[in-house]
Design a protein around this ligand. Structure first.
Ligand SMILES: [Fe+2]
Length: 290
């Protein structure tokens, strides 16, 4: 049977038993046949995984291990300076190796013991409703490939560094695991695509790109910022706004570029209250009411 992965970029297709990954011309891995074939093997493992199977074991290359080591060493230094204290506390609970790429199945097991969340393999970017809806069952769709070594400071797509270092630490913390679950429950009760898109935007400006005040300084909370060394080094220079649902609803965003506008909370409690209020009240009419 032919299958097409639940992704829009890069294009991942399976035809007659062969999985292909097509990278766009501006992707750092474009033209690197060895990298693309490795990505195809990893994508195939995700496409062939059945519900309930263990997360596929990936044979990471020495180059992958070196990228993991380089990026995580660099991020770790930036996190000490810029990451929110609560993020740092729960990141340590993941007990990740520094010298090699970890297996997603091991990370999933660790998170599972802490909060019951599990990670399930995704070949690429997962469709919006599927991705958010599965959070309701404490299931997080995560990629297993690693960014191209020529551009370690930023990945235009969510790679395993983003999933594990960014979202993994959120999901290891019951306070935020519960919030991810609320995101899923909200999406499951919506039928209006505009309302689902609104949840997606709020998730983007909080769990992906949220910043928070801590002892008079701005700190990074969102997974996307936490896994982009380039963006973390300059996030305080962009247009930082107060949490504002109507503003988020109107604000476009580019998931594959640095963010020109970020939203800050006064504290993580402020973020939590803002999200919980929004996620419990949103219905199909909300996009037209704000
Ligand atoms: Fe993400």
């Amino acid at each position: 049977m032919d299958r097409v992965a639940k992704s829009y970029a890069p294009l991942i297709e399976e035809r007659d038993g062969k999985t292909t990954v097509t990278l766009s011309e501006d992707h750092p891995g474009f033209g690197d046949r060895r990298y693309i074939e490795h990505r195809e093997r990893i994508a195939a493992a995700a496409l062939h995984a059945r519900t309930g199977d263990p997360v596929p074991y990936i044979m990471y290359s020495e180059e992958d291990d070196a990228t993991w080591q380089l990026v995580t060493t660099s991020l770790s230094k930036l996190h000490k300076q810029y990451a929110a204290a609560e993020y740092l506390a729960h990141f340590d609970a993941l007990n990740l190796p520094s010298d090699r790429a970890p297996q997603l199945r091991d990370v999933s097991d660790t998170i599972g013991e802490l909060t019951g969340f599990k990670m399930t393999p995704a070949a690429g970017i997962v469709g919006t409703t599927t991705f958010y809806g599965e959070l309701a069952n404490r299931t997080f769709n995560a990629t297993q490939y690693i960014r191209h070594p020529s551009q370690p400071r930023f990945s235009p797509e969510p790679d395993m560094i983003h999933e594990i270092i960014g979202h993994g630490a959120h999901l290891a913390n019951e306070r935020w695991a519960r919030m991810y679950e609320l995101v899923g429950k909200a999406v499951l009760r919506l039928s209006n695509p505009k309302a689902v898109q609104l949840v997606s935007r709020v998730f983007w400006f909080s769990m992906e790109c949220g910043v928070v005040e801590e002892k008079g300084e701005l700190k990074v909370w969102g997974a996307s910022l936490l896994t982009s060394a380039g963006e973390m080094a300059q996030f305080r220079n962009v247009d930082i706004r107060e949490l504002d649902l109507a503003g988020m609803a109107k604000q476009g965003y580019e998931p594959d570029a640095y963010q020109p506008v970020l939203y800050k909370a006064r504290s993580l409690g402020h973020f939590e209250d803002f999200l919980e209020d929004f996620l419990t009240m949103i219905d199909d009419d909300t996009p037209d009411a704000i």
